[in-house]
Write a protein that binds this ligand. Structure first.
Ligand code: OGA
Ligand code: NI
Length: 366
């Protein structure tokens, strides 16, 4: 990356090196967005790129055993890669409380917040960051995030988590766990997997991470990115958004975008790269993005369900049973993860890491 101009370097210093985040920058009273946050025009989301009448399905999951429900879930995962669920059993109070907890954390003074800055935090299970990969990005994303690794062993470090929000995170995670398990059961059944045995469960759903994403009010939301287009490198993701909107997913035409309207009490579900690889492309890990908000501070609270670091990913034998060619080679999840983190958000580029190129396929079939 070319060297930054002196003003951008000054901002990097405040936001990244001193650990104040974009929230700390906003608190200095800026009235316009600095150059460091201004996207080239071709990367901005223009209103004519949004399909006004398209939407992703909203599925009532009060009866997980209803074949209409399971069919809708599998179809949505194959067509849109995204859907919203209602009546999932996570109490409304738990959802509201965790969003409030996120506001409370980001409302702390800089010096309280940045105690948890990645690398400096009292525990490596909690990390505050800004943007996605600021050292690799020419333009930064208008977002800070606080992540909580929530696997059973991670919870042993709970006493070191920020007291203003830790109870709410654990409650949210615990109530959402059965929903994630059900979703994976349904989706894997749709791939002919009869039961998720311990080995599969271990590989696919051992490492949940809860995020607080915080998008402070942005003076020039049209020029900036909340989050640039990317797909999640998870098995499956569950997103709780607030009522400010701004969340878009790639339409089935592969070019336009669809807005995902906030529905009180609903959770947005999406297939991650891991499930796309495992399903040999039957389920789609679809790009999505966030546009910053011009009038309010926006929060979202996703849960990313990830495989174990040493899990080996590849199309499932059940999917290839009938002689289908694998579209992906086997890769170790931690290598996939490292590759993803080595670059800025670039749509679905991470998947290239595991995809078998056509020339290789021809070669191997000779
Ligand atoms: C993410 C993401 C969306 C949002 O963190 O991967 O896509 O609404 N977030 O914050
Ligand atoms: Ni995402």
């Amino acid at each position: 990356m070319p060297p930054r101009d002196p003003n951008s370097q000054k901002i990097i210093d405040i936001v990244v090196n001193k650990g104040n985040g974009v929230k700390g920058l906003v608190d200095t009273g800026i009235e316009t967005v600095p150059d460091l946050y201004i996207l080239p025009t071709h990367e901005r989301l223009e209103p004519n790129m949004v399909l006004p009448h398209e939407s992703i399905p909203v599925i009532d999951v009060s009866d997980w055993d209803d074949p209409v429900v399971t069919k809708s879930i599998c179809e949505a995962a194959g067509k849109w890669g995204f859907f919203q669920i209602t009546n999932h059993g996570v109490p409304l109070g738990v959802l509201h409380a965790v969003k409030e907890a996120a506001h409370r954390f980001f409302g702390l003074p800089n010096e309280e917040r940045n105690k948890y800055w990645a690398g400096n935090s009292p525990t490596d299970t909690v990390a505050l960051k800004t943007s996605f990969a600021p050292q690799q990005e020419a333009v930064l994303e208008w977002r800070d995030s606080l992540s909580f690794r929530c696997g059973p062993q991670d919870l042993e470090s709970f006493p070191f988590w920020p007291p203003v929000c830790r109870d709410e995170v654990v409650k949210y995670m615990k109530s959402a766990e059965p929903v994630i398990r059900k979703l994976l059961e349904v989706l894997l059944k749709g791939l002919n997997v009869k039961e998720i045995d311990k080995a599969r469960e271990d590989a696919l759903m051992t490492a949940p991470v809860v995020y607080f994403n915080y998008y402070p009010r942005c003076p020039n939301p049209d020029l900036t990115a909340g989050v640039l287009p990317h797909s999640d490198i998870t098995t499956i993701s569950l997103l709780l958004q607030d009522d400010n909107g701004g969340f878009y997913v790639r339409a089935t035409d592969g070019e336009s975008w669809i807005h995902v309207p906030p529905i009180d009490g609903a959770l947005v579900i999406n297939v991650g790269d891991v499930l796309q690889i495992m399903s040999n492309d039957r389920y789609k890990s679809i790009e999505h993005r966030v546009v910053a908000n011009g009038s309010k501070d926006r929060v979202s609270v996703p849960i990313f369900m990830n495989p174990r670091a040493d899990a080996i990913l590849g199309p499932l034998p059940e999917v290839l049973e009938s002689g289908e060619q694998p579209l992906y080679k086997e890769v170790v999840y931690s290598d996939y993860f490292k590759y993803h983190l080595s670059k800025k958000h670039e749509g679905k580029k991470t998947m290239e890491f595991a995809r078998i190129r056509l020339s290789c396929q021809l070669f191997s079939s000779i």
